[in-house]
Design a protein around this ligand. Structure first.
Ligand SMILES: [Zn+2]
Length: 143
């Protein structure tokens, strides 16, 4: 069980290096930008997977992304509250990020709707410890 929780944390990249919490309480995703080819990578990596350059630096992604695709998940790992909504969001940096969506009615979702990043509880481990990760929620007034 411990291995699966660790694998889950790695898959969600909730080690803290893929998001940053701002002083105003907002959350931004952090990726890498390659200075050799200009590509952005998410989550951040020390090597560009496109050109193999090590000239990459950590940079914050834009605050708002657009919904590419989504699904309502009814079967999930043990201890997870279902159903939940998960989906892919495209950012202006041309990266597509997969995450949970919170405070959202799946019936109200639409392609290209604007979403912002937040931190939310996405599950809990076998000991009942809550697992937090970056998530998406509707960007109020920006759709
Ligand atoms: Zn590159």
């Amino acid at each position: 069980m411990a291995d699966s929780v660790q694998e889950l944390k790695q898959a969600l990249n909730i080690t803290g290096d893929a998001m940053v919490e701002k002083s105003d309480g907002s959350v931004r995703l952090v990726g890498s930008k390659c200075s050799a080819c200009g590509d952005w990578i998410f989550p951040p990596t020390p090597v560009c997977p496109e050109c193999m350059s090590e000239s990459v630096e950590r940079r914050e992604l834009s605050e708002i992304g657009c919904l590419y695709s989504w699904s309502v998940v009814r079967i999930a790992p043990k201890n997870w509250k279902t159903p939940f909504v998960a989906g892919y969001v495209d950012f202006p940096e041309k990266v597509r990020v997969f995450a949970h969506m919170v405070d959202i009615d799946p019936e109200c979702l639409s392609f290209d709707m604007k979403l912002s990043v937040c931190k939310a509880v996405v599950g809990q481990d076998a000991d009942g410890t809550q697992i937090e990760s970056y998530s998406f929620l509707p960007a109020e007034g920006r759709n």
